[in-house]
Ligand binder design. Structure first.
Ligand SMILES: [Cu+2]
Length: 344
């Protein structure tokens, strides 16, 4: 048998493989850090600016209670809105959207009176969804609908009368009038600073409040500007000055509530959670309307960690490439052990 080392084909890629694997592993370690950094990049007020694109999809569940869930929807005017209708019940329901803005139908009407209204006034949409079924209805709301609210009802006899109605609020296309807020089990609003700017007053502000923990909370906004509420004073204050909105955030992770309210004028509005003991634990924030918020501390940056990881990956990768090149031109390094049992 000839010298097995000389005969063995050089496999530069296999030789370099450990370096590539190491580089890949290190790069993989770096990716979550990078993703985390991106997730935290916007400082607190900017999180509130998260807006739907020009194409908004709104999920509307239909139940046998009978209810629309959620009951209140919001979308920017000047956008194309797709209502994704899901009938979760075992009865047929309709999504019948009024053509007239700012009109609320009378729940004491008979089914015949309700039908008569739509015969006379038409509708923007009238979709019947069978039990367990789904449907999509897309409508374009042009910019002139800003600050309009359209009611939708189910026209199946006695469903509207029993409470199956809701509203879609069209916000302005101006930034900041549709915003979002989260509640946590550590008694925090995230962000604790909301910013809204409007070209006119009063205006409607729609805040989607999402429960990021499990505890129930409230999103309660003081009715006056520049008021500082404390655990000892807020209850009596709200008796004197009703809050702009007092939205109950249901318990359970991921539950949501729309806090839709009207802001009369610019200023700083404090918002708090009125659940017992939560404000005492610091559960409050400030809504800056037409007023610049104080500068926010920069979020802790993971950029240094990332660049080290990326440089490390690069170095390992370079070693791998170098090993491959060396192996290609110089054969195996180091030489294979001369172990006869491993030859074939
Ligand atoms: Cu709370």
């Amino acid at each position: 048998m000839n010298d097995p080392v000389a005969k063995r084909p050089v496999r530069p890629l296999r030789r370099a493989a450990p370096w590539f694997v190491a580089a890949l592993l290190l790069a993989t370690l770096g990716l979550p850090a990078a993703a985390g950094a991106f997730g935290h990049l916007p400082s607190a007020p900017l999180v509130g600016y998260a807006r739907p694109s020009n194409f908004t999809t709104l999920l509307v569940n239909m139940t046998d209670t009978p209810r629309f869930a959620p009951q209140f929807l919001a979308a920017p005017s000047g956008s194309s809105v797709t209502f994704h209708l899901v009938n979760q019940g075992s009865f047929v329901h309709t999504f019948t959207l009024l053509a007239q803005p700012k009109v609320l139908l009378n729940t004491s009407w008979t089914p015949a009176q309700l039908d008569h209204y739509f015969t006379e006034n038409g509708s923007l949409a009238n979709v019947s969804v069978p039990a367990g079924g789904q449907a999509n209805q897309t409508l374009a709301f042009n910019a002139s609908t800003a600050f309009d609210s359209f009611e939708f009802v189910s026209v199946i006899p006695y469903q509207f009368q029993a409470g199956m109605y809701g509203q879609i609020n069209l916000t302005s296309t101006a930034a900041g009038l549709l915003t979002s807020e989260n509640t946590t089990d550590t008694y925090q609003f995230v962000p604790a600073v909301l910013v809204a700017n409007s070209t006119h007053y009063p205006f409607n502000l729609d805040v989607l409040v999402t429960n990021s923990g499990n505890l129930g909370h409230t999103f309660t906004v003081a009715g006056q500007t520049n008021v500082t509420l404390t655990p000892a004073t807020y209850a009596s204050y709200f008796v004197q000055h009703p809050p702009l909105v007092n939205a109950a955030v249901p318990s359970g992770a991921g539950s949501t509530v729309w806090a839709n309210f009207t802001v009369a004028g610019p200023g700083v509005y404090q918002y708090i959670c009125t659940a017992s003991g939560h404000l005492a634990n610091g559960m409050m924030g400030y809504l800056y309307v037409g007023v610049a918020p104080p500068p926010q501390p920069a979020p802790p940056s993971t950029a240094i960690v990332e660049s080290w990881v990326l440089v490390g990956s690069g170095v390992l990768l370079a070693f791998g490439i170098l090993a491959a090149i060396v192996a290609t031109f110089a054969g195996r390094f180091p030489p294979a052990p001369k172990d006869e049992s491993r030859q074939h």
